[in-house]
Design a binder for this molecule. Structure first.
Ligand code: G1P
Length: 312
């Protein structure tokens, strides 16, 4: 099965939800314990087989790519002090890179950020991973999305089920359930995978405008036709070029013209690290599950919660 080597990580946003912490430090570099949030996302892409990763950044966010760059002086210093564990941690981060840096010089929306990667994609299908959406590494989804793309030739988006009153926070999709066995080709897709054929998408619908309770989360596989669609859609919600509008255009286009969009439903652990509460939940869960910190942290947390009782 063809492996998808390219991944694009849009990370050019201003991080307004995280101000003032994000004034100087890009929010994608906020630590979740001892790794910046973006590192988890790059690790996810690498684990799915991507070996050519680009990050779309903005002026002032140079530290993002620098995190994945080889730093010989730091490595030499750690070697000479005998800090083997720290050396290994630093090496692990730079082994994920180097990342191609693509500059989005104006904040014109997620769709525009993806459009900036056209030259990088060079006519190949590619994955997009949003840095704010953290999927637990124990619940991988990209490999199945890649298999759906390989078998159908279509674009693929990851979906979650949300309560109806939360639908306006996401891209909403109109979907028809498909039996994985009915897809062309074979292999790579678990028989219980919840796959939908998408017919219409709308970005952050007003209450009552949503197509249902399936919402887009930040993992996508695109055919190169996304770039034509992005050129065609124009400005959408908030005056920005919306990725969801371009996916809607693909959903209405024939497979032979690079169209067709499938959705895979994700039922694993996912955190919105761009949101304060989501960031806290991610930190607590990752800490509680880590072998080095978990036992002490869980027992402290239990005592803390018991002593606080139900007071709010
Ligand atoms: C973006 C997309 C939206 C998607 C969401 C998932 O919105 O535009 O369609 O549902 O990511 O996290 P954002 O959360 O960046 O505003």
């Amino acid at each position: 099965m063809a492996l998808l080597g390219k991944a694009v990580i849009p990370a050019a946003g201003r991080g307004t939800r995280s101000l003032p912490a994000s004034k100087v430090i890009p929010k994608e570099l906020f630590p979740l314990i001892d790794r910046p949030a973006i590192q988890y996302v790059v690790e996810e892409a690498v684990a799915a087989g991507c070996d050519d990763i680009a990050i779309v950044t903005a002026p002032g966010k140079e530290a993002l790519a620098a995190h994945f760059a080889f730093d010989p002086a730091l490595e030499a210093a750690l070697r000479s002090t005998g800090s083997a564990a720290q050396l290994e941690a630093v090496r692990h981060a730079s082994a994920l890179g180097p990342l191609t840096e693509i500059l989005q010089d104006e904040p014109r929306g997620l769709g525009h950020a993806v459009a900036c990667a056209e030259e990088f994609a060079a006519g190949e299908a590619f994955a997009v991973l949003l840095a704010d959406d953290l999927l637990d590494e124990r619940d991988p989804a990209l490999a199945t999305m890649m298999a759906i793309h390989a078998r159908t030739g279509a674009s693929v988006v990851l979906l979650i089920e949300v309560p109806r009153d939360k639908a306006q926070l996401y891209g909403s999709v109109d979907a028809l359930r498909v039996d994985p066995a009915a897809l062309p080709g074979e292999g790579g897709i678990p028989s219980d995978a919840e796959i939908h054929h998408l017919t219409r998408l709308i970005e952050k619908p007003a209450p009552g405008e949503e197509y249902g309770t399936l919402a887009i989360v930040g993992r996508y596989i695109f055919t190169p036709a996304i770039f034509d669609a992005l050129r065609e859609v124009g400005r959408g919600r908030s005056g920005e070029i919306q990725l969801t509008d371009a996916i809607d255009a693909l959903a209405r286009r024939a497979l032979a013209e690079g169209g067709g969009v499938y959705g895979l439903v994700f039922r694993g652990r996912r955190y919105d690290t761009g949101d304060k509460l989501g960031y806290l939940k991610a930190t607590v869960q990752i800490a509680a599950d880590r072998p080095d910190l978990g036992p002490d942290f869980r027992s402290w947390l239990r005592t803390y919660v018991e002593n606080r009782g139900d007071e709010s």
